[in-house]
Design a protein around this ligand. Structure first.
Ligand SMILES: NC(=O)c1ccc[n+]([C@@H]2O[C@H](COP(=O)([O-])OP(=O)(O)OC[C@H]3O[C@@H](n4cnc5c(N)ncnc54)[C@H](OP(=O)(O)O)[C@@H]3O)[C@@H](O)[C@H]2O)c1
Length: 332
């Protein structure tokens, strides 16, 4: 089978297509023909070995695992002994997490992992966009932000994979959403359900008295703001949530723990498979019902995996970049 592999940290060109033997599923495992996989921020960090803490996860001097890709969607084409939940031919999607391996024509996952059936009405591209964006946005908003009906929410980075999902899901939860993005994406973001859109090149969304303030939640989906800046627009018991770790936010998370205003960073990829499965099912059901539209920036063949990494590296993609390792595959 074909895989996208890399053996040293570096620019997008370090990733190329290679041949490898197809893996066989062991007891309790299923093999999925991967029709779509996301190339996201974590893959770019794993490929470049930057920022430095990425190397704690991916390997200190060189990458430990040559195949990136933590989100997959496709069709089960083989099952190992003892598998009861899935059969060959099932459409499925899910996340391999830190193990990666999805940038390949086939990936083997445990049936007790983060894998669920994919409804017929949801495309494989939309499915991996759910994994890439909404699977982070939902736990941040619902669990860390306690967003609900009437919450006032600011989403910074509203056109990205996480941000575009956050705008839609916050609105779905009943919040009034102020969305922040650059000039190229204002119209697109306005269509996601935000009450207002702020172009960060024209006005500072985090100055006192900014439109929509005060906010119950400032969700910094791209980590381009700071708690210090966000305080100017946070309600007295508001929460600043960020996806991007730093020593400062880790310290602020501790120091604000007992106060009314909180600073919070979370690592959604580290959640257990048991926690991820119901969210995957819930988000797929929302997408199937047309209540949430996962945003896809572009779909590229596996051969152009370096091009996919280049798009991610721009820092200005809208939604998820998708590669299609086994696009032709229909059934077992
Ligand atoms: N902690 C976790 O559990 C977790 C989980 C998943 C992801 N993450 C992290 O979350 C971050 C976002 O991921 P993503 O996939 O959503 O990123 P992304 O899709 O690459 O985000 C790109 C978007 O960021 C916007 N942007 C760029 N500069 C901005 C600025 N100064 N102010 C506001 N928006 C700006 C761009 O908007 P314009 O083009 O319109 O300027 C672009 O649409 C990454 O750093 C990723 O590593 C963390």
């Amino acid at each position: 089978m074909r895989i996208a592999a890399y053996h040293r940290y570096g620019a997008p060109e370090v990733v190329g297509v290679e041949e490898r033997e197809r893996p066989e599923p062991g007891p309790g495992e299923v093999r999925v023909r991967v029709q779509a996989a996301s190339v996201g921020a974590a893959d770019a960090a794993g490929r470049s070995g930057s920022p430095w803490f990425a190397r704690l996860a991916f390997g200190l001097r060189r990458p430990r695992n040559p195949v990136l890709g933590s989100d997959f969607a496709g069709v089960v084409d083989a099952v190992g002994p003892g598998v009861t939940h899935f059969a060959a031919g099932d459409r499925v999607f899910g996340a391999t997490g830190a193990e990666g391996g999805a940038h390949a024509e086939a990936v083997v996952v445990g049936e007790d992992g983060a894998i669920v059936p994919l409804p017929d009405d949801v495309s494989v591209e939309a499915a991996v966009a759910i994994c890439d964006g909404a699977m982070t946005a939902l736990p941040f908003l619902r669990d860390a932000g306690r967003v609900g009906r009437g919450s006032r929410v600011l989403v910074n980075g509203a056109s990205g994979a996480v941000g575009s999902a956050a705008v839609q899901l916050a609105a779905h939860l009943g919040a009034e959403v102020t969305a922040v993005c650059g000039p190229a994406h204002v119209d697109l973001v306005a269509g996601l359900g935000a009450a207002r859109v702020v172009d960060y090149t024209r006005e500072d969304p985090m100055r006192a008295g900014a439109p929509g303030a005060p906010f119950d939640v400032v969700f910094d989906a791209v980590g381009k703001a700071t708690y210090r800046r966000a305080r100017a627009v946070l309600a007295p018991d508001g929460r600043y949530l960020t996806t991007v770790p730093s020593w400062t936010i880790l310290a602020q998370q501790l120091t604000t723990r007992l106060g009314r205003r909180r600073a919070i960073v979370r690592f959604t990829g580290l959640r257990s498979a048991e926690a991820k499965r119901p969210d995957l099912e819930h988000l797929a059901a929302l997408a199937a019902a047309g209540e949430f539209a996962p945003l896809v920036e572009r779909v590229l063949p596996l051969d152009d995996v370096a091009g996919a990494h280049r798009l991610v590296d721009t820092g200005h993609k809208a939604g998820t970049v998708v590669v299609t390792p086994a696009p032709e595959y229909q059934e077992a």
